[in-house]
Design a protein around this ligand. Sequence first.
Ligand SMILES: Cc1cc2nc3c(=O)[nH]c(=O)nc-3n(C[C@H](O)[C@H](O)[C@H](O)COP(=O)(O)OP(=O)(O)OC[C@H]3O[C@@H](n4cnc5c(N)ncnc54)[C@H](O)[C@@H]3O)c2cc1C
Length: 297
Amino acid sequence: MNLQRRNILRGSVAAAMALPIAGVKAVELTKDLKWDMETDVLVLGYGGAGACAAIEAHDAGAKVLILEKLAQGGGNTAVSSGGFVAPKDKKAAYEYLNATYAFSDSEKDEKLLSTFCDEIMGVKDFITGLKPETKLMIYGHAGFTTLPGSDTIDKYRVRGKKRGGDMLFDTLRHAVEEVRKIEVFLETPALELIRRGEEVVGVVANRNGKNINIKARRAVICSTGGYEYDEQSLRTFALGRDILGLGSPGNTGDGLRMAQSVGARLWHMTAYSCPLGMKVPGLKAAVQLNILAPSHI
Ligand SMILES: Cc1cc2nc3c(=O)[nH]c(=O)nc-3n(C[C@H](O)[C@H](O)[C@H](O)COP(=O)(O)OP(=O)(O)OC[C@H]3O[C@@H](n4cnc5c(N)ncnc54)[C@H](O)[C@@H]3O)c2cc1C
C-alpha cells in the first residue's frame, strides 16, 4: 500500500520537484514590487498542519489561501497511519509525555508541553466536528506502558474503509474545501518569503510556470512539513547518509529554509521518529522492518 501511494506521488510531482530551492533568500519589499494577488492569511503546505491552520484562520474571520507544491494535498498526513493521542486525563497526560523526554535527545519547552496537553483534550471533538458522521476508533494505547500516566492514553483514528491517514486527510479536506470553500492552489510551490523589515508580508510562489507575488495582509503560515526528501538536510540534521524517506516526496525542507531566511531558529532537528528499513540491491524502494514490541535494541 505504501509503495503504491509512493509511486502515484512520484509521477505527479516531477515538475514541481524540479524547481530548485536551495539557498533561499527573503525578498525585501520595495516600491517596485508588484503584488499579483492578496489574501489575509497565506498557508504554505496543504498537509494536516496547513489544513488545521486554514480552518482556524477562516473560522476567526480571515480570508485564507493555501499553496501546495504537489498536484495533490495531504503530504505525510495522508500517507501516515492517521493516529492521534487522546488522553482521558490532562494531568496524567502531562505526566506521561513529560516522562517520555527521558528517552529522547530533545529540548523541552514546559509551556509548549503544557499547552499541548490542554489542547489535546479537545482533539476528538475538533475532528468529529469537521465532517458530519465522522466516527473515531481506538486502535492503540500508550507506547511506553511502564511510564506514569500511560493507562490514561488512548490512540484514535478516523474509522473508515481507507487507511488512517487518508481517512484523516479526507476529513480535513472536506472541512477546508467543501464546508469552508477555502481556496487551494495545487502545484504552486512557495519559493521565497517577502519581508518588510522584520515583518513577513507575502510570498513569491511559482504558478503555471510563472513566479507571482502574493501579499498576506495578516500572516504567512509555514506548514511545509519535514525534510526527509532533501539529501543535504538529512546529512546535516539526521546525521546519517543513505537514509531513505517514507512519506511524501514534497517534503524537502523548503519551509525550514524560508523560515531561516528571515532569522528563525530551528529546534528539534536531530530528534526524529521513524520506522526502520533496509535497502535491498535491485529494489528502488526500501523495505520496512517491523520490530514487534516489546523487543529492544
Ligand atoms: C508512514 C508514516 C506514518 C505516520 N504515522 C503517524 C501517526 O499515526 N500519527 C502521527 O501523529 N504521526 C504520524 N506520522 C507523522 C505525521 O504524518 C507527520 O508528523 C504529519 O503528517 C506532519 O504534518 P504536516 O502538515 O506538518 O506536514 P505534511 O502532512 O507532510 O504536509 C506538508 C505539505 O507541504 C507541502 N510543501 C512542501 N514544500 C512546499 C512549498 N515550498 N510550497 C508549498 N507546499 C509545500 C508538501 O507537499 C506537503 O503537502 C507518520 C508519518 C509517516 C511518514
